[in-house]
Structures are given as structure tokens and as C-alpha cells.
Design a protein around this ligand. Structure first.
Ligand code: R5P
Length: 300
């Protein structure tokens, strides 16, 4: 297999190739003066199984376009198969129609475009809702971020208790708590889709007295979810609050917001580059999740 890091591969492709002991190449990447991307392959792919690595953090649309251009080039140059590891998959949160007159189910569009460009295996880390990827016309491999995050958190916290900010994160909380050997629970939040306002709908009877509450989530964007959840933890006796999330988008002043709400430490993974948190390298987990057999061939 040949692993190719895209312009926002963030070094993950190189690390995967090193773990698997396979061939590696950077891609060719330039920006035209008007901002248009020029990307392409820097080595021959004919007859090879190729894994493209490109995370689609902001600027999401540019990252996605670069991935599509690279995949299409790989197809045209005669690769035997094309897999894409997209550690952070943009648009995965836009997975349902919540307003008759408004939003599109944009993740479906993204998945169709990836497939159209020749990608037959999609590997991603902690997507917002794994089921929403089922419309992809090919194989989907989901990489768990909780295990490597829990390993890192475990080194630094004592007497933890895991708290999920919504039902959707309960499954992750269960696995995280198991790894830490502690209890877990979840609250239920409601977000007004039009205003973005967050409220806690249902909360368990909780006593976090003396505990380090570890809030886990798939991602932090504005920080609003973590702010509400941290407040809840402190109101119920938490000694301190730390946060572990797979994808640290950290939009705007998210860091100031969450530390202002009492978050003492932040843990994330390198699906998105960020320098104000304990960063866990996800490359090993991605390499481990890849099928040892060669990926299925594309038919286009
Ligand atoms: C939503 O269900 C997700 O799992 C995250 O909780 C959410 O996207 C975080 O967004 P924010 O940081 O803006 O509250």
C-alpha cells in the first residue's frame, strides 16, 4: 500500500506508513495567487492500493475540495484502489433535516462526492453519528478516539467520574469509564437549532463530591456544550472538571469560554491541529483499524 498525506494530512499519513511499514509520499500542493488549490500526486500510483490522508478541519470546503482533486487524480493515474482516511470529517453533524424549509442533509452530499471521486473505503475518527455514514457507497471504517484519550487522561487524574453531555455521547462515556475503571452518567441537552441556545433538559441525580469529572464528547466547536456541562458538574460537587474530546475545532473564543467555566485540562487528538491541549496522536489507532487485506477495488 502507498500512503499519501494530503495538504491537511497533519503528518498522520506519514505516521501510519511508519507503523505499517509501507510506502509513503507527500502530495504536491500549491496555492494560486487567487487562492485556488493545485494538488496532485508526487509519486506513481499505477496498480497500487492507495490510502489518501486528509483531515477536513477549517477551512472545511477547501480541505474537502483538495481531497476530491487528489482522489480523482489518483483514479485517473490508475491506482488499483483508493481509500481515504479523513480523521475529522466535516459536515458529519449535518446529518438530518430539522427544518422543512431550511437545511439540507449535507453529509449525504459529501459522501456522494467522495464516492464519485473514486474513494471506495472511508476511514474516519469518532464521527458525530456513525449511522449517518451508512449512505456511503463503499466500506466505512470508524476509528475509536476514546481508548487513546482515556489512556492519556488516566495518567493524570485520580478519582475520576465520566460525564456525557448528551445521550449521543453515552456510548463513548461507557467505553471511556470502563478504561478508567470508574462510574459514568449523562445529562440531556437541548439546542435550539435556530438560535443555537443550549439548555439542560434532563439531569441525573448526581453527587460528584471529591471527584474529577471527565466530560467527554466527539467534538468541541463553540464550547457551549462543555460550558453547560461543566457548570452542572460543579453545581453537583465536582472537585475539578477536565474535558476529553476527539476533535478540537475550538471555534472563536471556545478555549476562554470553557476555561472560564472551570475546565482545568483539555485533551484532544491530532485529527485537528491545536496547541492549547494535551494532544493524543491518533495515527496508531487509524493504522490498527485498517484492514490487513487489500481494500476492495473501485469499479469506476
Ligand atoms: C453535538 O451533539 C456534538 O456531539 C457536540 O456536543 C457539539 O457539536 C459541540 O458543539 P459546541 O461546542 O458548539 O457546543
Amino acid at each position: 500500500m502507498l500512503v499519501v498525506d494530503g495538504p491537511s494530512g497533519n503528518g498522520i499519513g506519514k505516521a501510519i506508513a511508519s507503523v505499517l511499514g509501507c510506502e509513503f509520499s507527500e502530495c504536491m500542493h500549491n496555492l494560486f495567487p487567487d487562492g485556488e488549490s493545485e494538488v496532485g500526486l508526487a509519486s506513481a500510483v499505477k496498480g497500487k492500493d492507495v490510502l489518501l490522508v486528509q483531515s477536513t478541519y477549517p477551512l472545511q470546503d477547501k480541505r474537502l475540495m483538495e481531497l476530491l482533486l487528489l482522489a480523482d487524480d489518483t483514479k485517473r493515474e490508475g491506482a488499483r484502489s483508493i481509500s481515504a482516511a479523513v480523521p475529522y470529517l466535516a459536515y458529519a453533524r449535518q446529518d438530518k433535516r430539522y427544518d422543512e424549509k431550511g437545511n439540507a442533509v449535507s453529509i449525504n452530499t459529501i459522501l456522494s462526492m467522495l464516492s464519485f471521486s473514486g474513494i471506495t473505503t472511508l476511514v474516519t475518527v469518532a464521527p458525530h453519528n456513525a449511522e449517518s455514514l451508512s449512505t456511503f457507497n463503499g466500506r466505512v471504517i470508524i476509528v475509536d478516539a476514546m481508548a487513546p484519550l482515556a489512556e492519556e487522561v488516566k495518567k493524570n487524574v485520580s478519582d475520576p467520574f465520566v460525564l456525557a453531555p448528551d445521550k449521543g455521547a453515552l456510548n463513548m462515556a461507557t467505553r471511556f469509564a470502563k478504561a478508567l475503571g470508574c462510574g459514568y452518567t449523562n445529562i440531556e441537552k437541548h439546542r435550539n437549532k435556530l438560535t443555537g441556545e443550549l439548555n439542560i433538559l434532563n439531569a441525573p441525580k448526581a453527587d460528584f463530591k471529591g471527584k474529577t469529572v471527565v466530560i467527554i464528547d466527539d467534538m468541541i466547536s463553540t464550547g457551549g456544550t462543555i460550558v453547560q456541562t461543566s457548570k452542572f458538574a460543579y453545581e453537583n460537587g465536582a472537585k475539578e472538571v477536565v474535558v476529553a474530546a476527539a476533535h478540537l475545532l475550538m471555534a472563536g473564543n471556545a478555549y476562554e469560554r470553557i476555561t472560564g467555566a472551570g475546565v482545568k485540562e483539555l485533551y484532544g487528538t491530532n485529527t485537528i491541529p491545536y496547541n492549547r491541549a494535551h494532544m493524543v496522536d491518533i495515527s496508531g489507532a487509524i493504522a490498527k483499524a485498517l484492514p490487513s487485506a487489500s481494500p476492495k477495488q473501485h469499479s469506476k
